[in-house]
Design a binder for this molecule. Structure first.
Ligand SMILES: C[S@@+](CC[C@H](N)C(=O)[O-])C[C@H]1O[C@@H](n2cnc3c(N)ncnc32)[C@H](O)[C@@H]1O
Ligand code: SF4
Ligand code: SF4
Length: 279
């Protein structure tokens, strides 16, 4: 099943310290309806998430969800803004009740803001409860940090009680001796071989810059300047001027998958998330 991960806007109101957005604030543009239509035509599974943005800031998000009735769709958000009122969420939920909504709240109400700087976690919790009450599939995604470790069980209990799925994520983005790093997570071990997931099941990625890449890991500030990755961002490969099929069948994509560059070694030699575990 063809799957795309979409950076649908170039904006976010939060200041999460590990996010690529902190160094790429003026990166790219919002996904246009024209480009979205091309994605919808090709992919069966669409994830509105992103590398440098939050999907709620695409002004056409509700229209896009409404157009995706027969697709598998997830919306991954953590941002809050005065513009996105309860009424906005009500319309968004109703535009396509099959959509799964994943909300990033890193701990209980009032604590999440320690990582999700600028978030209104109380408001977002109300929205999650409203969605669950409407029968929408809501996932509470919580990244484990030192400040929220002791609250995880109570968060999970609350989620269970309210019919919300609780998903605990173990981040790999900590620096050495990082005070935000939880005490209970085993260090990720690295594999010795390149194991290219894009050849099998890695979702493609739509970059806020208007290009497709074979996965989202290489569309970030750590790796987008790599010379091999740059071949995927050449002007003639803009989605605006092509179909998705033109791009994924292009010589540049075929060549990229043969040469696999340094970013791929960084990511695809990393042991998969199941090797990170809570002690
Ligand atoms: C850049 S965000 C964009 C979507 C949305 N704004 C959000 O934050 O959920 C894409 C993904 O990165 C995750 N993320 C953010 N900070 C992270 C961190 N420190 N470690 C691991 N994943 C993180 C988010 O939870 C989300 O799943
Ligand atoms: S909410 Fe998402 S896009 Fe916004 S700063 Fe945080 S991780 Fe980045
Ligand atoms: S990092 Fe490279 S090898 Fe791994 S899935 Fe992405 S494009 Fe493929």
């Amino acid at each position: 099943m063809a799957h795309i991960q979409i950076d649908a806007s170039n904006t976010c109101t939060l200041k999460c310290p590990y996010c690529a957005r902190q160094t790429h604030k003026d990166y790219g543009d919002v996904l246009s309806l024209g480009n979205y239509f091309k994605l919808l035509d090709y992919y069966d599974h669409l994830s509105f998430s992103g590398q440098i943005s939050d999907p709620i800031f695409n002004p056409n998000l509700i229209t896009m969800l409404n157009w995706s009735q027969n697709k598998s769709v997830t919306v991954h958000t953590a941002a809050t803004s005065p513009k996105h009122t309860e009424d906005w969420y009500l319309r968004a939920f109703k535009s396509n009740p099959q959509v799964t909504w994943i909300f990033g709240l890193d701990g209980p109400v009032g604590w999440s803001e320690r990582h999700r700087i600028g978030q209104d976690s109380a408001f977002l919790m109300d929205i999650m409860l409203m969605g669950a009450g409407l029968g929408i599939k809501i996932i509470w995604q919580c990244i484990l940090f030192s400040f929220n470790e002791k609250y995880i069980d109570s968060c999970r209990e609350l989620a269970d009680k309210e019919g919300i799925e609780f998903q605990l994520n173990l981040s790999t983005r900590f620096t050495p001796n990082d005070p935000m790093e939880p005490s209970r997570v085993a260090v990720t071990t690295r594999g010795k071989e390149l194991n290219p997931k894009c050849l099998v099941d890695q979702p493609h990625n739509y970059s806020a810059k208007g290009f497709l890449t074979p996965c989202c890991w290489i569309d970030n500030h750590w790796h987008m300047d790599d010379e091999n990755v740059q071949t995927l961002y050449s002007e003639e490969l803009r989605l605006e001027n092509n179909t998705v099929k033109d791009i994924v069948d292009s010589d540049a994509w075929k060549q990229f998958k043969v040469t696999f560059s340094k970013p791929c070694w960084d990511y695809c030699t990393m042991a998969n998330p199941s090797s990170r575990k809570i002690l």
